[in-house]
Design a protein around this ligand. Structure first.
Ligand SMILES: Nc1ncnc2c1ncn2[C@@H]1O[C@H](COP(=O)(O)OP(=O)(O)OP(=O)(O)O)[C@@H](O)[C@H]1O
Ligand SMILES: [Mg+2]
Length: 241
């Protein structure tokens, strides 16, 4: 647990998962999983397809409560999935403010569109006129308007082309920095995890088999020897190298 250097108070984790198990019928997915996320930490979770990463994220988000064990969330969370899940019958602005209490013509909407790199988009535009990357930017704005302290991200860039994905990773890194957010990112992209995270965990056989704080120098260079070595180590642990 980290300690606040000014007050001396312990910073309590924003996420505390303790002894969580989850089965679908006879299929044991999570087996007594513990994970804490301290305030401000960016954690990525890797693991083979079907190991239960999304299940764990949904449990942390409170979307699945049929579990044993305990989950404590001490921060407002914003959730993003692989698809933007914009409502096609609402404008971009209406999608962003939906349920937030903010009016669609509030200046905050324009500011957020600029923040996510969509200053050229008309807030009155329909979602169907947006590209996949633009849609995910709107989805991010929709999360940010609620001023979350924690992002729960399930492969948010998984459906995007490689170049757009790199741009979105930069945007997410900037947003996280500017808003001092904690994050829990599910990804298959080892480089994405290495570029963005303070810490990486790997889920396998229902358990976290790897949990490490990254000691890579900033900015993270994808071609640096340290980065490449860590990528290869993770790929080996994932059984693909
Ligand atoms: N609602 C459900 N009912 C039954 N089984 C489920 C349900 N949701 C998930 N599962 C099963 O639980 C396991 C874990 O699923 P989950 O979606 O969490 O995996 P994942 O690690 O996110 O996989 P991927 O990387 O492919 O997204 C899978 O075997 C899946 O079939
Ligand atoms: Mg998944």
């Amino acid at each position: 647990m980290s300690t606040d250097s000014v007050t001396g108070a312990s910073a309590r984790p924003v996420v505390n998962v303790k002894g969580v198990s989850k089965a679908f019928g006879d299929n044991q997915i999570l087996d007594n999983v513990d994970i804490e996320i301290p305030p401000g930490e960016f954690v990525s979770i890797l693991g083979r397809s079907g190991t239960g990463k999304s299940t764990l994220l949904r449990i942390i988000a409170g979307l699945d409560t049929e579990i044993s064990g305990n989950v404590t969330l001490r921060a407002d969370a914003g959730v993003m999935f692989q698809d933007a899940r914009l409502l096609p019958w609402l404008s971009v602005a209406d999608n962003i403010v939906l349920g937030s209490g903010v009016r669609p013509d509030d200046p905050t909407v324009r500011e957020l569109l600029t923040r996510v790199g969509l200053d050229s988009i008309d807030p009155a535009a329909w979602p169907k006129t947006l590209s996949g990357g633009q849609s995910q930017r709107v989805a991010l704005a929709r999360v940010l308007i609620r001023t979350p302290r924690l992002l729960l991200l399930d492969e948010p860039f998984g459906a995007l082309d490689a170049l757009t994905r790199i741009r979105m990773q930069r945007l997410l890194g900037d947003v996280r920095e500017n808003y001092h957010l904690s994050a829990f990112l599910v990804t298959h992209d080892v480089e994405e995890a290495l570029v963005l995270s303070d810490r990486i965990v790997i889920l396998d056989g229902g358990k976290l088999i790897f949990d490490e704080i990254l000691r890579l120098p900033a900015p993270r260079e994808r071609t640096s020897p340290d980065f490449t070595a860590k990528r290869n180590e993770l790929l080996r642990l994932l059984g693909v190298a």
